[in-house]
Design a protein around this ligand. Structure first.
Ligand code: HEM
Length: 393
């Protein structure tokens, strides 16, 4: 269940806190209820974020050697930083992603998406199937992020490959051979990041100016390059797929009866790209009546919390604006709550507004497929086409 949690039947009963062993025998406490997930996220003293980026498959010596050969290090910076440096690093990143800076990107993004939608529409009209992940969603968030924070001048394809390799290395069940290949990929890009961290402008320069040491600048950029774009391109793909099966919502968008922002929130609740997030218990405690030993890995099932009947009126139905729709925990909560939430929302709103008309009446040729992963959905494709018009007799 841990590595394909999204495939669980929505109504299947789960205890509030379940003990589940993973593929290497490590026990995790899986938390399902909205109130308990929120309680853990907002109590950084009892539940620390230190394990947020720990590899769920222990990295064997051979792969560690590859990483060390690239001088790879990932010190606590953002999501995995429960220390005193966290607020300072977070403040610099939050400045770079300030809502006014995000809003300033909207016209540029809208023009780009419009251009792509026109090309896609022409292909669909000509009867050609189109992969909306590859042709629309995959690189958009990276292009926007690069405009906001200045990134190393690496080709988009290289950054995407590195980011997906990182998501697999840290969050997937793996064998030793695959770990070696992923370590080489992640290590290689870490070198690029180190150079950029030392000399680059934008966010790298701001972190340096705030007095953060080189390792911290690299660590923050590393996390941002993964969290700041893969998550959103995954979300866009999952949301478009979901909308293709929601004709009433598409009709509401077309008539203006359903606000785009409500569709985005309901999408985050029902199709979050980050399905779980981890914390580690700092002390012996109890959670929802279950004993929790210090050091326990706590797996917060964010996706399930979004479908908790105690938090939302019709948990499994896509009803934009329904009671509880915005109470999802897709962006976490508390001191580590996602700082890119407004950016992700803006990107999704533009894509939904511009793409909804195109989704009307398409046939799904190939739904997204997601590989085993504790935390990220990582859809690989989403292919649609227009049904052929019926031949006249
Ligand atoms: C739909 C897209 C996204 C989702 C679902 C998402 C979700 C999350 C989650 C669950 C966390 C952990 C929160 C916690 O521990 O309480 C997080 C943290 C974070 N996210 Fe996002 N995120 C998304 C997009 C972005 C974007 C676009 C950026 C930046 C460009 C970003 C930057 C960050 C950062 C820097 C953190 C760490 C914050 C901290 O520890 O202080 N995320 N995100």
């Amino acid at each position: 269940m841990l590595f394909r949690s999204w495939a669980q039947a929505p109504g299947a009963p789960w205890p509030d806190v379940a003990r589940v062993a993973d593929h290497v025998g490590v026990e995790h406490l899986v938390v399902t209820r909205h109130a308990l997930v929120r309680q853990v996220l907002t109590d950084p003293v009892v539940y620390r974020p230190d394990n947020a980026l720990d590899a769920v498959t222990p990295v064997p010596v051979a792969a560690l050697r590859v990483l060390t050969g690239h001088r790879f290090r990932l010190p606590p910076t953002l999501a995995n930083n429960g220390g005193v440096s966290h607020p300072g690093i977070r403040a610099v990143v939050a400045d770079a992603l300030h809502p006014t800076r995000v809003a300033a990107q909207r016209p540029w993004l809208t023009a780009l998406v419009r251009e792509r939608v026109a090309t896609i529409t022409a292909a669909l009209d000509a009867g050609t199937p189109v992969d909306l992940y590859a042709e629309l969603a995959a690189d958009l968030p990276l292009l926007v992020l690069a405009r906001l924070v200045e990134l190393p001048e690496a080709p988009v394809g290289v950054v995407k490959e590195f980011a997906r390799a990182a998501l697999e290395l840290f969050w997937a069940p793996l064998d030793g051979e695959r770990q070696l290949a992923l370590a080489a990929e992640v290590g290689r890009f870490h070198r690029v990041l180190r150079e950029f961290a030392a000399t680059g402008g934008g966010l790298a320069a701001e972190l340096r100016a705030a007095g953060h040491p080189p390792d911290v600048v690299v660590g923050a950029l590393f996390f941002l390059l993964v969290a700041g774009q893969e998550t959103t391109s995954q979300f866009l793909t999952l949301l478009l797929h979901r909308l293709a099966g929601e004709p009433a919502v598409l009709a509401g968008l077309r008539s203006g009866a359903v606000p785009v922002a409500d569709v985005v929130e309901e999408g985050l609740r029902l199709e979050p790209p980050i399905v779980t997030w981890r914390r580690v218990a700092a002390v012996d405690t109890t959670l929802g009546g279950t004993a929790v030993a210090a050091g326990s890995s706590i797996v917060l099932w964010l996706a399930r919390a979004g479908r908790d009947p105690a938090a939302v009126a019709a948990p499994d139905e896509f009803r934009p604006g329904q009671r509880g729709s915005r109470r999802h925990l897709a962006f976490g909560a508390g001191t580590h709550r996602c700082v890119g939430d407004q950016l992700a929302r803006m990107e999704a709103a533009v894509v939904v507004a511009e793409t909804a008309p195109l989704l009307d009446g398409v046939t799904v040729v190939r739904p997204p497929w997601c590989p085993d992963n504790l935390t990220f959905r990582m859809p690989d494709a989403f292919v649609v086409r227009r049904p052929r018009p019926a031949r006249s007799a």
